[in-house]
Design a protein around this ligand. Structure first.
Ligand code: NAP
Length: 261
């Protein structure tokens, strides 16, 4: 009979399983990014929170995380700009000396049907949601290779898997992120770097604030679980990939109430 080998590195996840790790969350000041920052902080990571403009919200995140007894710094950069995005990675690595976890979360919508969508609405979403992922990831990867450790989680959307009316720009970015993540997983596996996608469904954040009540009712009627996701539910999926997903790479984890299967 084959003997069972117990690998010493196999560990049981603990509350503080990210102790000593440095995690950067883009767009960490609000919504899903904020929830991810909190989840990582509770697990003991040093949390670097990027944001674009909402200083007060970012400051609240920093204070709350420090209240948990965890280190947190804010990094205000517009990551749709390649120089600013690369400066973000430089600043985080010179602040902490390393970067273990990168969550490419920042995103925007500029919804309009293809017949009415302007070039600016197209480009702004592509720059913010997709190009930023390339800028940040390509700048962070050399540090992760040097460390022989990295966890990359890219936040996509069911819209990039199934399509969604009025979101040609947004869906293109999210589908692009899914494809890019598979390539990252292939290229980086030999350096002990994993890359995965979390694809949320409709989630209770300010991103949905502009949706009229009647449209929201239609949306809810199409979700098998009949409710929106809470940001914390997305954050827990991200934490799973980072803390317990050592053998998971190139995958899409759908946290969407069943709206896309
Ligand atoms: N909410 C949903 O239903 C839903 C569903 C599927 C996927 N998602 C995805 O989940 C992610 C987070 O969405 P959310 O709902 O939490 O959005 P949100 O509440 O609107 O927050 C967006 C975050 O992204 C930051 N951000 C936007 N543009 C940026 C830029 N150019 N540079 C740096 N930071 C920037 C914002 O910073 P400021 O605070 O400074 O503006 C904010 O922290 C996005 O990728 C989104 O596409 C959301």
């Amino acid at each position: 009979m084959a003997s069972v080998v117990v690998h010493p590195e196999t560990r049981i996840a603990t509350e503080r399983s990210l102790e000593g790790k440095v995690a950067l969350i883009t767009g960490g000041s609000r919504g899903i990014g904020r929830a991810i920052a909190m989840e990582f902080a509770q697990r003991g990571a040093f949390v670097a929170v990027n944001f674009k403009a909402s200083q007060a919200a970012a400051e609240e995140v920093r204070q709350t995380i420090r209240g948990l007894g965890t280190e947190c710094e804010l990094f205000q950069e517009d990551i749709s700009n390649r120089q600013r995005a690369r400066k973000l990675i430089e600043d985080v690595t010179s602040c902490y000396g390393r970067i273990d976890i990168l969550v490419n979360n920042a995103g925007i919508t500029r919804d309009r049907s293809i017949r009415k969508m302007t070039d600016d609405e197209w480009s702004e979403v592509i720059d913010t949601n997709l190009n930023s992922v390339f800028y940040c990831t390509s700048a962070a990867v050399p540090y992760m290779i040097e460390q022989k450790f990295g966890r990359i989680v890219n936040i996509a959307s069911f819209s990039g898997q199934a399509g969604n009316f009025g979101q040609a720009n947004y869906a293109a970015t999210k589908g692009g992120i899914i494809a890019m993540t598979k390539v990252l997983a292939l290229e980086l596996a030999k350096f002990n770097i994993t890359a995965n996608v979390v694809a949320p469904g409709f989630t209770e954040t300010e991103m949905l604030a502009a949706i009229p009540a009647d449209v929201m009712e239609q949306i809810l009627s199409k979700i098998p679980l009949k409710r929106l996701a809470r940001p914390e539910e997305i954050a827990r999926a991200v934490a799973f990939l980072v803390c317990d997903g050592d053998y998971v790479t190139g995958q899409q984890l759908n946290v969407n109430g069943g709206i896309y299967m």
